[in-house]
Design a protein around this ligand. Structure first.
Ligand SMILES: [Zn+2]
Length: 655
């Protein structure tokens, strides 16, 4: 086992040594370091202040810097050979930074300032000097493993550190020469990760955001190093997630809600009436009609055909607000778990309601009265915007975003009563966990942290009513409270155009956008970082506009990812497409559901890349099951005497 030592140097640089040799160097630009009773500029030329690094509003004038006598005066710059770890204090734009090396290969960076100091944002002065052969781990949705010299078109430049649209988990990591460095954002609710470049190589930087325009509270990063690669880094992060109370395995959850026994490993079906897209959603001609009994029977016929074809383990997701106990009971009698689409973030502004198709106004009824008093307010006093709807004139109109505090009240009023009425087993809560917004309303002001607490209370409330709970993408700040997530496998930037409005579009040949191949389904870039922390706690699916069957020729490739990651498929399609999609969906079900069920309660302990092309990948679960995936187009791979055919995967059970 290698020995790692952190040395915060007087010039502001933090050097990580492995067995006495430099391994990582975190430049700390623009820092003043404590020397005796004063703070001075670093003497290393690398630490000259960089004006680009200044935040858009300074926090305190430099004159407020105070000497602190409890740190031993240290006016000597030690030679690099002296790598004794010791705590140091720095000043950066009037923020005091304390670097504390700790046992167990850790270093804590604590940032403190006057809580009332005004702030725009503060770019963290530390950035790891990248090397060309680094692999960067970014937990955006399921996760990416990016070579430092890669350039992934469309990859988000800023990732909010507590929202499914940004980082699903609050860290980034670097793999280098058989070791790794984890940079965990312990205080993640007012933070972002900025994906920058240094000498053309990827070099992330943490950004501290203001809390309601002020510094607010102490911020903390934790650096951890170790031997190995992705699996070891993720195991180290999982300890931090556990420390935060976010790890809650299905084996515990099932004691609170036995229905979860039917969720684990279940494929997810969104079956749409043929006129649903037009009637419910995106046509300016949308009519406000209740689904006919013929439509309901056709959907039930598909469900029965699925069961007769061997699809026994399904999460049956229902979208229509006219869903009633008749349909739900019929589905439940087939042995399927049922869930209902629900949303508490969007409300139609009353002043444009006359321009919106009546069917959308109807769908908004449970939330309609929250406008304008329950809408989240921006700092400038304006109402926050939400998802756009198509008006009767063919133009798109913004809805407004409901404040999380008001959303909780609304959900508490609506969801339990709806469950009583329809007998539905669970709820899929759209949008809520994609981001967290401050609210500057006088009546219901919220910090981002408050917003997350209200989101958590909503999930808690649903759980208390024994509902299985799903979320759109989601992030770990709610991972102990939601049971499944849609879209975790489908990062938004690499989905098909307008996937959020095309839940049952089918794409063939050159209709498939290049980024599906180059990013979404590229095993060289993707890594199951989320599974290495939360598998066996939360189930992950593709997005409904990026489903297992939306590109039938790629269903098999998607299934390889699902098997490797221990996840079932998601099928979103129109009733009339069932005959032509049935062979693909049945094959996908058979490929993914038994595999996902076999490892559904287990922790994912390892993810290993077995070849230099990154096309042979293996996962190992805590119940001993291994999955080996061969993403090669032509060559078979032999693993422990077993042949893994090109473009396939095998489950290997313990002997
Ligand atoms: Zn509010």
């Amino acid at each position: 086992m290698n020995e790692y030592i952190y040395r915060p140097t007087p010039d502001g640089t933090i050097v990580v040594y492995r067995n006495g040799s430099e391994l990582f160097r975190l430049r700390g630009e623009g820092l003043l370091w404590q020397s005796g009773n004063e703070y001075r500029r670093g003497t290393d030329s690398k630490s000259t202040p960089n004006s680009d690094m200044q935040p858009d509003s300074g926090i305190l004038p430099d004159s407020d810097i105070r000497p602190d006598s409890d740190i031993r005066p240290d006016s000597d710059i030690r030679p690099d050979s002296d790598i004794r770890p010791e705590s140091r204090r720095y000043i950066y734009n009037s923020v005091e930074i304390t670097a504390v090396p700790a046992p167990e290969n850790m270093l804590t960076l604590r940032f403190t300032s006057d809580p009332d100091a005004e702030l725009g944002e503060l770019a963290c002065p530390y950035q790891v000097e990248p090397r060309a052969d680094d692999i960067l781990l970014i937990p955006h949705c399921e996760g990416f493993a990016l070579p430092a010299d890669s350039d992934v078109a469309g990859f988000p430049e800023r990732l909010y550190a507590a929202g499914g649209g940004g980082l699903s988990m609050a860290y980034y990591g670097i793999l280098r020469g058989g070791s790794w460095l984890l940079v965990a954002i312990i205080t993640n609710r007012d933070a972002q990760l900025s994906i920058e470049r240094s000498n053309k190589l990827l070099a992330p930087r943490v950004i501290w955001l203001a809390q309601k325009g002020r510094w607010g509270y102490a911020r903390e990063l934790r650096l951890v190093c170790g031997d190995g690669g992705i699996s070891e880094l993720c195991a180290a992060y999982r300890l931090i997630a556990a420390e935060k109370g976010l790890i809650k395995p299905f084996s515990e959850r099932i004691n609170e809600n036995p229905l979860l026994g039917r969720l684990v490993g279940a494929a997810n079906v969104w079956l749409w009436n043929d006129d649903a897209m037009d009637k419910l959603l995106y046509s300016e001609r949308a009519q406000n009609t209740v689904p006919t009994s013929a439509q309901i029977e056709r959907r039930l016929d598909v469900a029965r055909d699925m069961l007769a074809s061997g699809m026994e383990r399904l999460l049956w997701s229902l979208f229509d607000e006219h869903t009633d106990a008749y349909e739900v009971d019929k589905i439940k009698r087939l042995g399927y778990l049922t869930s209902y689409y629900d949303i508490y973030t969007d409300v139609i502004p009353h002043d444009i309601a006359h321009l919106i198709p009546p069917t959308r106004v109807d769908r908004c009824q449970p939330r309609y009265d929250l406008w304008p008093d329950g809408v989240a307010v921006s700092r400038d006093g304006s109402l926050q915007r939400a998802w756009q709807l198509k008006g009767t004139d063919g133009r798109f109109y913004y809805q407004n975003r409901i404040c999380d505090a008001c959303a909780l009240d609304c959900a508490a009023r609506e969801a339990p009563a709806h469950r009583e009425r329809t007998h539905i087993d669970g709820r899929f809560i759209d949008v809520s966990w994609v981001t967290s917004n401050e609210c500057w309303s006088d009546r219901h002001p919220l910090t981002r942290s408050d917003a997350i607490e209200y989101k958590r209370r909503m999930l808690q409330m649903l759980r208390e009513h024994n509902m299985v709970v799903g979320t759109e993408i989601g992030c770990e700040d709610g991972a102990d409270l939601f049971d499944y997530s849609e879209g975790m496998l489908s990062p938004p930037f690499c989905r098909q155009y307008d996937a959020g409005r095309r839940m049952c579009s089918l794409y063939y040949n050159d209709e498939i956008e290049p980024r599906i191949h180059s990013v979404m389904l590229n095993p060289k870039l993707r890594a199951p970082l989320w599974e290495l922390c939360y598998h066996g706690c939360v189930q992950s699916y593709w997005y409904w506009g990026d489903s297992s069957c939306c590109m039938p020729e790629l269903t098999r490739l998607r299934d390889i990812f699902c098997r490797l990651y221990g996840q079932p498929g998601l099928y979103s399609f129109r009733v009339s497409d069932w005959p032509r999609l049935k062979p693909y969906i049945l094959a996908s079900y058979r490929a993914t559901v038994p595999a996902a069920t076999a490892v559904g309660f287990a922790r994912m302990e390892r993810f290993d890349v077995l070849d230099s092309e990154r096309l042979i990948q293996r996962t190992r679960f805590s119940n001993g099951v291994e999955v080996v995936a061969n993403f090669n187009q032509a060559d078979a791979y032999y693993y422990r005497g077993q042949k893994i055919a090109p473009m396939s995967s095998e489950l290997i059970f313990p002997e």
